[in-house]
Design a protein around this ligand. Structure first.
Ligand SMILES: [Fe+2]
Length: 352
């Protein structure tokens, strides 16, 4: 292989890699869990890689090199646009993170739980300070061990939250339901509330829902509930879309209430903000589960790619919180990506 062919193969391989990541993030990773899912993803990867090598080897440099160059240019423009939108929607950073940052010398961070604290001012809230604990994506499984999950719940209880919000993916498969029943417990002075995630639907949504109800966690399946507490009124809505039933009947904002929405995926943010949600709480992305230091996430199951992979955003005046989650799935491993919980204090007026 001469230098020209080597260059050609390298460019084609880069373009194939970008194409594969786009397909993986937007389609392949969202496929229902079946025995053929992983082999199918590997097959797509092999086809694209082998196709890229063959094309780079066999085709002359010009004019065929324009095809991978166009793919790479489109990716670059997309990334620049994403960065711009992400910057525009950036919310406030956490006021505190406990304990602090990951170390480059310790790449495996599967159980290195951290807690991010946020404080936001919402004039819609008329009560005393409301402390929300947001958890997601437990993906309960024996690899992580029951003790890890108990430590997570202990950490949440230490924060003395007023309400606890779970945004889905309690299990990766139905085998973990007995363990979920063993470890999960209600928390929060005014209760725990949940929606299900795609993995719960793919496992056994009825059984997951039953475990939650038995344990005193209120499941909101495309419905709303009102919580009167701390001198204020909360309208809390759960949105399972697109995995559950149609979300057509979701109640719009009651003007006298603070409207909080649980949505497993952050992809619902734009239409939820159109429904006048004040805060949307999401998980699903696992913050990428594996992150490249100084670059961030690579694989994010979202129509918006890495735009809302993790953190606090403000979209059309709606606050969006996306947690990394507690567990990990397929494989149950996190690389340079810590599991986390968000503790969010909502105040009607923050006094300096
Ligand atoms: Fe998940």
């Amino acid at each position: 292989m001469n230098l020209q062919q080597l260059t050609c193969v390298a460019v084609y391989l880069c373009a194939a890699g970008v194409l594969f990541l786009a397909l993986l993030n937007r389609v392949l990773i969202l496929m229902r869990e079946r025995w053929y899912k992983t082999p199918f993803i590997v097959l797509v990867f092999m086809i694209l890689s082998c196709g890229a090598i063959t094309a780079g080897y066999a085709l002359p440099l010009l004019p065929w090199i324009m095809i991978p160059m166009l793919i790479l240019s489109a990716m670059l423009v997309g990334e620049i646009l994403r960065l711009g939108i992400r910057q525009k929607c950036a919310g406030s950073p956490p006021i505190d993170t406990i304990p602090h940052k990951i170390k480059l010398t310790r790449p495996v961070t599967t159980t290195d739980l951290i807690c991010h604290r946020y404080q936001i001012e919402l004039p819609q809230w008329h009560g005393e300070r409301l402390r929300v604990a947001h958890l997601s994506d437990l993906h309960v499984n024996s690899h992580l061990g029951a003790e890890y999950f108990r430590e997570v719940f202990n950490a949440v209880e230490e924060e003395k939250p007023d309400i606890v919000l779970y945004t889905g993916d309690f299990v990766t498969n139905a085998k973990s339901l007995p363990m979920l029943r063993e470890i999960i417990r209600p928390m929060g002075r005014f209760g725990s509330y949940a929606v299900l995630g795609n993995h719960d639907y793919w496992s056994d949504d009825r059984e997951v829902g039953k475990v939650l109800m038995d344990k005193g966690i209120k499941l909101l399946t495309n419905e709303s509930t009102v919580i009167n507490c701390l001198g204020g009124r909360i309208l809390l809505t759960g949105c399972d879309y697109p995995w559950g039933q149609s979300a057509k009947n979701i109640q719009i904002k009651d003007k006298a209430s603070l409207h909080l929405v649980l949505s497993h995926t952050p992809d619902n943010i734009y239409w939820m903000s159109g429904k006048s949600a004040d805060c949307v709480f999401s998980g699903h992305c696992h913050a990428g589960q594996g992150r490249i230091p100084f670059f961030g996430s690579v694989i994010v199951p979202s129509a918006y790619g890495r735009r809302f992979d993790h953190g606090h955003f403000v979209v059309n005046r709606t606050h969006l919180f996306v947690v990394s989650g507690i567990g990990a799935a397929n494989p149950p491993l996190r690389i340079f990506c810590q599991p986390d919980i968000f503790i969010i204090d909502i105040c009607s007026c923050i006094r300096g």
